[in-house]
Design a protein around this ligand. Sequence first.
Ligand code: BTN
Length: 330
Amino acid sequence: MGSNQLRESIVRIFLQHEGEVVSGEQLRRSLGVSRTAIWKHIKQLRTQGYVIEAVPSRGYRLSARPDVLLPAVIKAGLETALIAKNIEWHAELDSTNVRAHVLAEQGAPEGSAVVAECQTNGRGRMGRSWSSPPGVNVYTSVILRPALALSAATQLTFLAAVAVARAIEKVCGVRVSVKWPNDILLNGKKIAGLLNELNAETEGIHYVVLGIGVNLNMVEAQFPPDLRYPATSILLETGQLVDRVVFIRALFTEIDSLYALLLERGFAPVRLAWEALFDLVGSAVNVDDGSGGVRGIVVGIAADGALLLDTGSAHPRTIYSGDVRPATLA
Ligand code: BTN
């Protein structure tokens, strides 16, 4: 076992015995190394922000861990069947989506996740950038390899939106809404965004990268001044600091169960869950569809997830892609 793996194992054992004293002997036996080696790695972990107390003649207790999304820490409390069994972590990355494409091309197993503390070139929809300051939010990309038709790929966007909404509700205790097709709003402001990218041929999907950015502990000064849509974070809206490890575990868990549901029962239950979060039905909106824009009243979404808009003609207009803005926002 290499030094990094050994330290990950020590952290895992501490997390399995949260709040308890773990004896040096127990660590030595579980890991098959000398007590001196364990002591050396504990000292090393302390320099990384782990607060490990030495309890005289009993052992060690982990009383605080650094606020870092380290794979060993995330995995210690994760009970997913498929998602995030492999996690690749980076202190800094251009974009987790870009890295996930590389891993997917190299054959990374389905469910593999890339996590970064910050992104230097975080990508948003429609060629925009995604503000990704260090240590405050979640930036992750998950690789899926669904045996679905190409036309079903958008279903995964709805799935990811529901997963983010549920994770926010469970961990932060606030209800969020969705904005078609894939934004998550809190109090009418954008709190999370999804960039799902597809590698496919006409016969089917090779893989999908679900790119997810959630603004958790970001403060006002960390938002770019020229935002197209009002944006916010959990901290700004609720005053609560979110434990990012707890949040990302909840997110992976929700993706895991919704993905199993989608594969087993099809799109309908995911669509219903998404519709329950869609507050814009009956509202006037402007949709930038890349060809001049459409204005209308939201009727709902079609069976395949397309947006149905009442534009005053006999039948609702079906919109497959675009950017929705409530007409109340100039
Ligand atoms: C949008 O609303 O415009 C989509 C934003 C998606 C941002 C996430 S952060 C993790 C992943 N990596 C990226 O470069 N983008 C997505």
